[in-house]
Design a protein around this ligand. Structure first.
Ligand SMILES: [Zn+2]
Length: 248
């Protein structure tokens, strides 16, 4: 189903003769432009031209690789499937709209035509020309709209059916694309979390080392100051205690 739609897109933009392009680059893998040219049986320049045309609508994408020996770039192409289907959906919707307008017009207005020249005129236009053909001088005949309306309705119905299928394909692809994006986001979040945890661990370690070195310094200072401070303080306290006892 998808291939059929992609063929329609290719036909619409670059012509029916290039439909086989879908089989070459419609597989979500980038394909060497020279291989595409070979498979299509056309020159590389023509191949690039049709790919650029599709690229103008965002229907294909490319990546390039530099040839280290020759110094030039080779391009690799693939069809952007979701974008192509969305593009087709827009075209079909426009066509359906157009057909419905035609049907409405045929149902409510009268048209005249010249049987000899097979040229059609609206009623206003026919009136302006006195219901006579400017080319051959024949008198216009009232057009029977029934067949036109029937044909337009048939085409419109078929397109409506097609667009239902197309929309199904599109929503499937969008869902797939959404899941893929979610996976990428989750992976990135995980990496960020891991990076943060690592940084926290490093910070903690640095802090610990700093604390230890401070403690060491304190220890050294305390040891250094001990003989001066401690005996004095203890003596004072002892004196205080003794004096309190005495008072009692
Ligand atoms: Zn005529």
């Amino acid at each position: 189903m998808q291939t059929k739609f992609l063929r329609q897109v290719v036909e619409y933009v670059i012509g029916k003769q290039f439909e086989p392009l879908v089989d070459i680059i419609g597989d979500e893998k980038y394909v060497n432009e020279f291989l595409i040219a070979k498979k299509l049986g056309i020159e590389i320049n023509q191949t690039r031209n049709i790919l650029y045309k599709l690229s103008d609508y965002g229907l294909v994408s490319s990546t390039r690789k530099k040839d280290s020996r020759k110094g030039w770039y080779t391009y690799f192409w693939k069809i952007e499937i979701l974008k192509s289907l969305e593009f087709l959906s827009e075209i079909i919707e426009k066509r359906i709209n157009n057909l419905n307008n035609q049907i409405k017009s045929r149902e409510t207005k009268r048209f005249y035509y010249c049987e000899t020249c097979n040229v059609e005129h609206s009623e206003d236009n026919a009136l302006l020309n006195d219901f006579t053909c400017g080319e051959c001088g024949n008198v216009f005949v009232l057009k029977d709209n029934v067949k036109n309306i029937r044909d337009y309705k048939k085409e419109s119905d078929n397109l409506e059916k097609e667009i239902v299928l197309l929309k199904e394909e599109i929503s499937k692809l969008r869902e797939k694309e959404g899941k893929r994006k979610n996976r990428v986001i989750k992976k990135e979040l995980k990496l960020v979390k891991e990076k943060r945890a690592k940084q926290r661990a490093v910070n903690k370690l640095a802090k610990l080392k700093l604390n230890n070195s401070v403690k060491e310094k304190d220890k050294k200072r305390l040891i250094k100051n001990k003989p001066k401070k401690s005996p004095h303080k203890i003596n004072k306290r002892l004196v205080k205690k003794k004096s309190k006892k005495k008072r009692k």
